[in-house]
Design a protein around this ligand. Structure first.
Ligand SMILES: [Zn+2]
Length: 159
């Protein structure tokens, strides 16, 4: 961790620091978390800072909010390189790396209205195979419909 990173991580007293977000994607991460600024959380957004590993990266700090497992899984879709730092009393008490699995279950829905996952009764749980990570592209296990990164982000930000 370089001095810049340490400064950014250290300033938060309690909450979450999402580090190593691919450059330019911090706003998408906030969208996924449903944070608009109206909630009253202190949010810091750092975009396009130098990073040894990624070249450039974004960082998001949310004071007073720890992320759920479901939120971490969603972030993995748009920021697969991200690390999640949980901070309590100015100390990083937990550091987690997000993980983009080969199969995505139940986080996003199929865009094909005729897909069995969209059936009005006893709908199957949506399942998608990851066929591309950069940019993200998923294919429905049931009807082979593709889901683009833009569609995924629109769904996650709206839910
Ligand atoms: Zn489908």
């Amino acid at each position: 961790m370089n001095a810049e990173d340490k400064l950014v991580v250290r300033r938060i007293s309690n909450g979450t620091v999402i580090d190593h977000i691919p450059a330019g994607r911090a706003l998408r991460v906030l969208g996924i978390l449903g944070i608009t600024g109206d909630e009253g959380y202190t949010v810091a957004l750092v975009m396009n800072v130098h990073s040894g590993k990624l070249g450039k990266k974004d960082i998001v700090k949310v004071e007073g909010r720890e992320l759920s497992k479901e939120e971490v899984d969603k972030i993995a879709l748009v920021a697969p390189t991200a690390t999640i730092n949980i901070v309590r009393d100015y100390e990083v008490v937990e550091k987690r790396r997000v993980e983009l699995p080969g199969m995505i279950e139940g986080i996003v829905r199929c865009v094909n209205p005729k897909c069995v996952t969209n059936a009005p009764r006893e709908a199957a749980k949506p399942r998608f195979r990851v066929i591309s990570r950069e940019p993200l592209k998923l294919v429905c296990e049931y009807c082979s419909e593709y889901l683009s990164e833009d569609e995924i982000i629109a769904q996650l930000a709206g839910s």
